[in-house]
Design a protein. Structure first.
Length: 256
């Protein structure tokens, strides 16, 4: 079995694969400070809850955009799981070529998503990840990561409204019954959700226009991606396991 971990700004998503099958997934808060022992114990307990023994884990891989947690996380995996995880970064084989101005500046999570979308659905493909930030990454038919767009995520926008204004509340992010809101909460929900839909459709249209690629597949992932994908026909596929699948693909490409 292979342990895969995606460390995002808000959450850490953990998956376990047996061959090609995703057997279990878990989520942990990223921002909670933890020691290596705490990470090791928590991961061990999560695996045990799914009847997965430590001895069943033969390898591990991590993609992280939060450097501060890596020392403790890697230490916990080495000590408790018994594997030395592969870290997605420069020098790791991915199967795609990054041709942006500064390839080293591309986040590991975006590379992993791009690898998964290209491997699973082929290119050209535009990969959308609705996470803490909303990202749009273009991979050509030849497997070249050529461009990326970064926008505030829906939760960041919601938190900005809540924390930077005197009277607006912290709200649940969901689509309201109508865009014609008549009170504060649904007014904020309408602005956040329909605003994200409008942004998504416009950016996809502009990427197709400026790249000249009209047969572009659009693949979305991320926690709030399903809600957006269900509301627009500009997204072709929603894949909740895209990032974890990408980690497995990269692990297999680097297996000795």
């Amino acid at each position: 079995m292979i342990l895969v971990i995606d460390v995002g700004n808000t959450n850490m998503t953990i998956g376990v694969y047996k061959e090609k099958e995703l057997r279990a997934t878990f989520r942990m808060m990223t921002k909670t400070p933890r020691t290596s022992d705490e990470y090791g114990v928590m991961i061990s307990q999560l695996l045990t809850s799914k009847d997965i023994a430590m001895g069943d884990i033969e390898g591990s891989i991590i993609a992280s955009v939060v450097p501060d947690v890596m020392h403790s996380l890697v230490g916990g995996i080495v000590k408790y799981v018994g594997t030395n995880p592969l870290i997605v970064g420069p020098g790791v084989k991915t199967g795609i070529t990054i041709t942006t101005e500064n390839p080293r500046a591309i986040g590991a999570d975006r590379i992993v998503d791009a690898v998964a979308a290209y491997e699973k659905y082929g290119g050209p493909v535009l990969v959308l990840d609705f996470g803490t930030a909303t990202t749009y990454d273009l991979v050509t038919a030849e497997g070249k990561f050529t461009a990326g767009i970064t926008a505030p995520g829906i939760r960041i926008s919601s938190e900005a409204l809540w924390t930077q204004t005197a009277k607006l509340p912290n709200i649940e992010i969901k689509k309201p019954k109508s865009i014609l809101a008549q009170e504060t909460i649904s007014s904020m929900q309408a602005g956040l959700v329909y605003g994200q839909i409008g942004q998504t459709e416009y950016i996809i249209r502009k990427v197709k226009e400026e790249s000249g690629i009209q047969n572009l597949k659009v693949v979305a992932t991320g926690g709030l991606g399903r809600m957006i994908a269900d509301e627009t026909d500009t997204i072709d596929i929603y894949d909740s396991a895209l990032t974890l699948d990408g980690l497995l693909f990269i692990y297999e490409k680097n297996r000795k």
